[in-house]
Design a protein around this ligand. Structure first.
Ligand code: HEM
Length: 147
């Protein structure tokens, strides 16, 4: 089982408590689709993804960015059992969506960059450590049902 320090718990809860989901979710997913263009292949029904401006202005990308964050909020609310909480989501991404699990980490890194930019100096090394640990567990939980 994952052990969390009080600092880690407080940091994760504070980051998600203060987060503007309508801003951060779309920004993180757009970055992922722009920086790692092969991730676009899973979103063939999202319409125009032909360049950065199209991706950043695409309402389906924005909506899905918020959906991803809602998934993460569920993890924040269940920090002691993220793996079990993500079983269904892992099955969905593996069996149905067939998302290459390497991509989870890429999206997580884009989210880290967006959060770091929004938090500025408050995103200290200790805060980054807690955030990366949380995302590593999320990524690991999403990969779990792959076989
Ligand atoms: C931090 C990692 C991720 C989280 C927390 C996450 C979360 C979610 C959630 C909550 C849903 C909606 C599930 C439902 O409708 O029941 C979803 C759907 C989906 N995810 Fe992910 N996801 C992650 C990473 C990725 C990555 C990296 C890709 C592809 C590169 C991806 C592709 C998709 C697709 C294609 C759908 C279905 C979209 C649709 O047609 O509406 N996900 N994800």
């Amino acid at each position: 089982m994952v052990q969390w320090t009080d600092f880690e718990r407080q940091t994760i809860q504070s980051i998600f408590g203060k987060m503007d989901y309508d801003d951060v979710g779309p920004a993180a997913l757009s970055r992922c689709l722009i920086v790692y263009p092969w991730t676009q292949r899973y979103f063939g029904n999202f319409g125009n993804l032909s360049n950065a401006a199209a991706i950043q202005g695409n309402p389906k990308v924005a909506a899905h960015g918020k959906t991803v964050l809602q998934g993460l909020v569920r993890a924040v609310k269940n920090m002691d059992d993220i793996k079990a909480n993500f079983t269904e989501l892992s099955v969905l991404h593996s069996d149905k969506l067939r998302v290459d699990p390497d991509n989870f980490r890429l999206l997580a890194d884009c989210l880290t960059i967006v959060v770091a930019a929004r938090m500025g100096a408050a995103f200290t090394a200790d805060v980054q450590g807690a955030f990366q640990k949380f995302l590593a567990i999320v990524v690991c939980s999403l990969c779990r049902q792959y076989h």
